[in-house]
Design a binder for this molecule. Structure first.
Ligand SMILES: O=P(O)(O)OC[C@H]1O[C@@H](O)[C@H](O)[C@@H](O)[C@@H]1O
Length: 301
């Protein structure tokens, strides 16, 4: 659907009072102001840019102050949806990094408001634009529930006549008080692929929890959740997931931050990414008519 039609449709949807559609500089964003939670979700990528329970003094998600808000571009921070490939395209390096879902406009189908949360349902269907990058027919639904807990679930349906294989990630940027004191628990013993510098080096599991004193870019074989201890802000973040065989942990540290134009050089001190993903041997084959769901939740312990 064309953007203008989509915006008209949203207007006709009678958005609840706590959700408004703001359209500064032709960049539509749903803004949530609910007694229990505030948030922002961009039409571009159905991208959760912000989510903050009103009980929290500090933001939970990280959003770069230099993030580029332009349709067709990925946002640095929040939760980019990496789909239908995670990382670089396996065969064609000219295709967009992390796939197309984060750079296409999604359509809001429904909003439900409860005392405790706001739930939104977005849809992305295959079009000529998507087929130019990926030649398959699909419908994706993204459910986002913003409350004391954040839940994001991505369902991929194969609406075509041939099977396809996807890799994917719910690429969650989390704010922390000090990355050098941050500890990620829940991945001990898990094999991982180290991808720092673009290499893909397999490793056996480690007994120590994950800590940060340099760039970390790892794809763990893991179906379970993690706990992120952030002593600087005296809190724990709990990231859980379903339908995911890979957990990606990423912090760019200083050199890579300098190379990323949409991230301040020193911003790496204040975030890490923990991504519910399916990569490598967890790539998902979906038959015609079949579907696959991946879910991540984030809460503050
Ligand atoms: O800059 P992008 O395309 O948003 O990717 C950010 C990072 O995303 C992570 O998931 C990857 O593991 C990193 O290698 C990558 O640098």
């Amino acid at each position: 659907m064309h953007l203008a039609a989509r915006l008209l449709y949203s207007a006709l949807m009678n958005l609840p009072d706590c959700v408004t559609l703001e359209n500064a500089s032709d960049y539509p964003v749903y803004v949530i102001r609910h007694p229990k939670v505030t948030g922002k979700v961009a039409v571009n990528g159905a991208h959760v840019m912000e989510w903050q329970p009103t009980s929290q003094a500090h933001p939970v998600l990280y959003l770069s102050p230099d993030a580029v808000l332009e349709r067709g571009k990925a946002i640095r921070g929040g939760i980019p949806i990496c789909w239908p490939w995670f990382g670089g395209h396996p065969a064609d390096s000219t295709k967009p990094m992390h796939g197309i879902a984060r750079i296409l406009d999604w359509e809001l189908l429904r909003v439900d408001v409860k005392d405790t949360h706001v739930a939104m349902l977005f849809q992305l269907k295959s079009t000529e634009a998507s087929r130019a990058h990926w030649p398959y027919d699909f419908t994706c639904h993204l459910g986002i529930s913003l409350g004391e807990k954040l839940e994001v679930s991505l369902m991929t349906q194969n609406t075509g006549r041939e099977s396809f294989v996807i890799t994917e990630a719910l690429h969650t940027y989390l704010s922390v008080g000090d990355i050098s004191k941050t500890v990620v628990r829940g991945l001990t013993g898990a094999k991982f692929v180290d991808t720092v510098g673009g290499q893909h080096t397999p490793h056996d599991g480690e007994e120590a929890p994950v800590t940060f004193d340099r760039e970390v870019d790892r794809q763990y074989v893991s179906t379970g959740g993690v706990v992120i201890e952030d002593p600087a802000w005296g809190r724990k973040l709990i990231v859980d997931k379903l339908g995911s065989g890979t957990t990606v942990v990423w912090n760019p540290w200083i050199e890579k931050s300098k190379r990323l134009g949409d991230l301040p050089d020193e911003a790496f001190h204040g975030f890490l990414c923990v991504e519910a993903a399916n990569a490598n041997e967890s790539a998902v084959r979906i038959s015609p008519g079949a579907e696959h769901v991946i879910v991540t939740t984030v809460s503050v312990g």
